[in-house]
Design a protein around this ligand. Structure first.
Ligand code: NDP
Length: 333
């Protein structure tokens, strides 16, 4: 497929250009940005043939089949709607939109147009998370009692822009990281949280948006989920633990963009180091999106997954803002 990249962004240059170009027969042919200066430089630096500030111009190219959107979050909805209206398959960054209504409209429009819609939740594409899911699904920990996710990182200097000071652009740790933890929880436990309690704060980095959050989620099975997200923790590391009636999984360093981390399973039989595939997370995600666009399978995370992860995150923010337990409304999904 030929791709239009919308947003001259960090994630596009660091991971997604490579992920598309690793797929046989796929390349990025257009880049679209709001800045005439930056888009030209970006296209040249990344050997992309066409650069424009006019999304409609790129979408009018009949040789384009797919659009990847990695602009700031408030732009996702309008750009996705335009791409869908032009009949292109869409892979959109998380969070899908600022509001649940935006996300629902995008995904319903893609369904009506018959195009593939993917949400770029990379963690469920990793060998580590897939190995953990398999341990749970095959009963190695018995009945899951609890999941603890620690995802408190230190936002690198070059990303300390809109994420920490622009609520209108979708800044804040909740739209940025809680959406990922919601997707991980849904992927690992194969069920959707039903309600949340939460607290959030600004602990030195956030200016007008939260930079840290803790929450507890109720699951239909009775399992309890506890998550911690932050932009301000230089030395905390990341990971998750799954505790069940027959065993516990300790996964350290796995909430990351790289195929790294250590997984151990502890049961009555002792401690076992769990092997996993170290493939590139983004290459895997794009590969599944490309296959789905060719009629094979579904994207690793589809539009419904994107609506659901955003719904959880928005409920966490509401719970933290009000101090009340919030029942999650999935917007019809
Ligand atoms: P960036 O801040 O790098 O880019 C976002 C937008 O900011 C770009 O689209 C561009 O706007 C503008 N921009 C980029 N560089 C500059 C600059 N030097 N000066 C002025 N403006 C600039 O964001 P990220 O790449 O970190 O995030 C983009 C999206 O991807 C977000 O939705 C985020 O949530 C998501 N994301 C997803 C990840 C994942 O693993 N799934 C990981 C990281 C981010 P323009 O559109 O005009 O080109």
């Amino acid at each position: 497929m030929n791709w239009v990249f919308v947003g001259a962004s960090t994630i596009a240059s660091q991971h997604m250009l490579n992920a598309v170009r690793k797929q046989p027969g796929n390349d990025v042919t257009w880049v679209v940005s709001t800045s005439p200066d930056r888009v030209g430089v970006w296209a040249k630096d990344h050997s992309i043939a066409n650069a424009t500030t006019n999304l409609a111009e790129a979408l009018a190219d009949p040789d384009m089949q797919a659009v990847y959107i990695s602009s700031t979050n408030e732009k996702h909805h309008a750009q996705a709607m335009a791409a869908i209206a032009a009949g292109k398959h869409v892979l959109c960054e998380k969070p899908l939109g600022i509001t649940q209504a935006e996300a629902v409209e995008m995904v319903r429009a893609a369904e009506a147009a018959g195009v593939i819609f993917g949400t770029n939740h990379h963690l469920r594409c990793s060998g580590t998370h897939r190995a953990i899911r398999d341990l749970i699904a095959t009963g190695r920990v018995g009945k899951v009692l609890s999941l603890r996710i620690h995802h408190a990182v230190h936002l690198p200097g070059h990303l300390q822009g809109w994420r920490i000071n622009d609520a209108g652009a979708g800044g804040g740790v909740i739209p940025d990281i809680v959406v990922h933890d919601a997707d991980v929880t849904r992927f690992l436990l194969q069920e959707d949280p039903t309600s949340v309690v939460a607290q959030m704060t600004s602990s030195g980095m956030g200016q007008g948006v939260e930079d840290s959050c803790m929450s507890v989620w109720t699951m239909p099975s009775g399992a309890m989920v506890m998550t911690h997200e932050s932009f301000t923790h230089p030395f905390a590391g990341s990971g998750l633990q799954v505790h069940g009636t027959e065993g516990s999984i300790f996964a350290n360093g796995v909430m990351t963009q790289q195929p790294v981390g250590e997984i151990t399973l502890v049961t009555g039989a002792g401690t076992e180091v769990i092997p996993y595939s170290n493939h590139d997370l983004y290459v895997q995600g794009v590969s599944e999106f490309v296959a789905a666009s060719a009629g094979q399978g579904r994207p690793a995370a589809d539009g419904s997954d994107g609506v659901r992860s955003l719904s959880v995150a928005l409920s966490v923010r509401e719970a933290a803002a009000t101090g009340q337990r919030v029942d999650i409304d999935y917007g019809g999904f």
